[in-house]
Write a protein that binds this ligand. Structure first.
Ligand code: TEU
Ligand code: CA
Length: 554
């Protein structure tokens, strides 16, 4: 297994809007992040992934960029950004930017020009098509509801947007568009940023001729149909050759719908494309049985299915590609609420159990802000509490327009799956507004902040924070955790997730009880050796207590 620094790293994801407000306008900002760098250093992470901080009308919270070279004024100035980068580097922390180049905002100057006529310098920057029999050019559906096409009278044409209408897709077939993207990358890399997380990068090459999706039931089907297009490898290779290979970067491709086979193509060392994929299979395992409802459901994922999926990625990429490891991010519900048990009794143990399961795998672990405190879902019960474009649009589409589901049920689905669950402000202390801001925060703070907060965690040596700190330290210390081969144990067991890692004659045995019960398990050939980490005191051998985790080295 070849060794590169990104394989030894642990990434911490910051959603700037909700991390720390420094000037008391209720919105998190860059200076707020600077204030909290010592906290991240203490946790022990290596890389910070910043969600988009560029100028944006924020229809999709920064994933609609109006200018790639400007900082959104709400977050501060370019000077603030330079200071953040310098401070981070001083602490030996790297900064990874979010690069959103499948689409721009409709407010971007390129689009403002492009939509004016069919013959201007930017007319071919986006994907324009004539109407077909007076209608949309094909049956594709947008990820945030409705058709993926919007009509513009000036051009008498439709433009494609796989997400909201305010997020027109760039035309990567146009070589000028590719050069424009490469220039943006150089701009940030020349400033000294350490790499990019590339938003939905597997959607940039559209299928030739833009044919109909065979079964157009959901936006998800459209996305799967478009994903991993025939020119994707070529575009990524060109990007690598012309830009990335000239810098020492970390590059992560966000790739909904990709398979392990696809991932090897993008991250294989001999391929010179990307360092790692950020895949979606395990977070999409509980779709609604009614396909029209897509991801909206309130059901837990079956452990055997979860194991099968993660095991397939672990063994599939071993020695050939590289995984990102994550339970949650700004698009997913909180890990402990979805995969663990967020009741007061089991919240801490199950959060630590999930962390153990993930951090002992092969790949680069990602911690989403607040996960290290065991932060939970928001607990919203009314539509007015939601802000996310996906949640709000789908409520209206599925409840009011299509009458596929009733409002009460949809609210249950949102409480379980909405992206807003992860977007409530970071809980720093039990003080007013959880120490996030002195002003009214832009978004509701979870009621449980007086109990779950960083200050409390830091003053308790047995907190989840210090458990994460220990996991990170172990990864940095033990090559077997970073490079060991992954061997699944007992895939049929629907209560325990156990696996082994093997490296240089050593074995790591990782055991995780996913239930609230005390159960009994024996893992041959031996369950002994040194206990590297566990979330209960006094190892009881074959007896596994509720949400117990333990890791042996022998
Ligand atoms: O997400 C891509 C994506 O496909 C989804 O996770 C999507 O957000 C949705 O949750 C599917 O149900 C990326 C970003 O992470 C997300 O925040 C953006 O909204 C999206 O791309 C568009 O840029
Ligand atoms: Ca602020």
């Amino acid at each position: 297994m070849s060794k590169q620094w990104f394989k030894d790293a642990v990434v911490y994801q910051i959603y700037p809007m909700s991390f720390q407000d420094s000037n008391n306008d209720g919105i998190g900002d860059l200076n707020g992040i600077i204030e909290r760098l010592p906290y991240l250093k203490k946790l022990g992470i290596d890389v910070i992934w910043l969600n988009p901080i560029y100028k944006s009308p924020n229809k999709d919270n920064g994933y609609d960029i109006a200018d790639y070279r400007l900082i959104n004024p709400e977050y501060g100035t370019m000077e603030d950004f330079n200071a953040l980068l310098a401070q981070a580097h001083k602490l030996n922390l790297k900064i990874m930017m979010d690069l959103v180049v499948n689409h721009t905002s409709d407010q971007h100057d390129w689009f403002q020009q492009s939509k004016k006529s069919t013959d201007n310098p930017y007319s071919d920057y986006y994907i324009w098509r004539d109407p077909k029999n007076g209608h949309e050019p094909n049956n594709w559906l947008a990820a945030f509801g409705g058709s993926a096409w919007t009509y513009v009278p000036e051009r008498k044409q439709y433009y494609l947007h796989l997400f909201a209408s305010g997020q027109p897709d760039l035309n990567w077939e146009n070589p000028e568009v590719r050069q424009a993207v490469f220039d943006i990358e150089r701009f940030w890399l020349n400033k000294g940023v350490d790499g990019f997380r590339m938003d939905v990068i597997n959607l940039i090459s559209k299928p030739e001729g833009l044919p109909d999706v065979p079964e157009p039931v959901t936006a998800g089907k459209t996305m799967d149909f478009v994903a991993d297009g025939h020119r994707l490898n070529e575009f990524l290779l060109q990007m690598n050759e012309e830009v990335l290979s000239n810098y020492n970067t970390i590059t992560v491709g966000e790739m909904p719908g990709s398979t392990p086979q696809d991932a090897i193509k993008y991250t294989g060392l001999d391929r010179h494309e990307l360092n790692m994929v950020f895949q979606f299979e395990h977070v999409l395992l509980s779709p609604n049985p009614d396909v029209r409802l897509g991801k909206w459901n309130d059901q837990p994922i079956k452990l055997t299915e979860l194991k099968a999926s993660l095991n397939r990625w672990q063994t599939g990429l071993d020695g050939q590609g590289w995984n990102s490891l994550y339970w949650n991010n700004h698009d997913q519900p909180r890990a402990v609420s979805r995969f663990g048990n967020d009741s007061p009794e089991y919240r801490q143990r199950s959060a630590e159990m999930l962390a153990t399961t993930l951090h002992m795998m092969q790949g680069t672990p990602y911690i989403y802000q607040g996960e290290e405190l065991g932060m939970t879902n928001a607990g919203f019960t009314r539509l007015e509490q939601y802000e996310d474009i996906e949640s709000v649009n789908f409520y209206h589409e599925l409840v009011n327009e299509k009458h596929i589901v009733d409002g009460k049920t949809m609210l249950k689905y949102l409480a379980h799956m909405s992206r807003d669950n992860a977007r409530t402000p970071m809980q720093w202390s039990h003080n007013h507004n959880a120490g996030f801001s002195d002003a009214k925060p832009w978004y509701a703070i979870n009621d449980n902040y007086s109990e779950i907060n960083a200050e409390a965690a830091l003053s308790n040596e047995n907190s989840t924070f210090y458990y994460y700190q220990k996991l990170i330290k172990l990864r940095h210390e033990y090559e077997i955790i970073r490079y060991g081969t992954f061997i699944p144990l007992d895939p049929q067991d629907d209560e325990v997730y156990a696996y082994e890692r093997k490296y240089a004659g050593k074995t790591l045995l990782v055991i995780n009880n996913f239930t609230a019960k005390t159960i009994d398990r024996v893992y041959p050939p031996k369950q002994e050796g040194t206990l590297l980490i566990g979330n209960y005191a006094n190892d009881q051998g074959r007896k596994l207590r509720p949400y117990e985790s333990k890791v042996y080295l022998f």
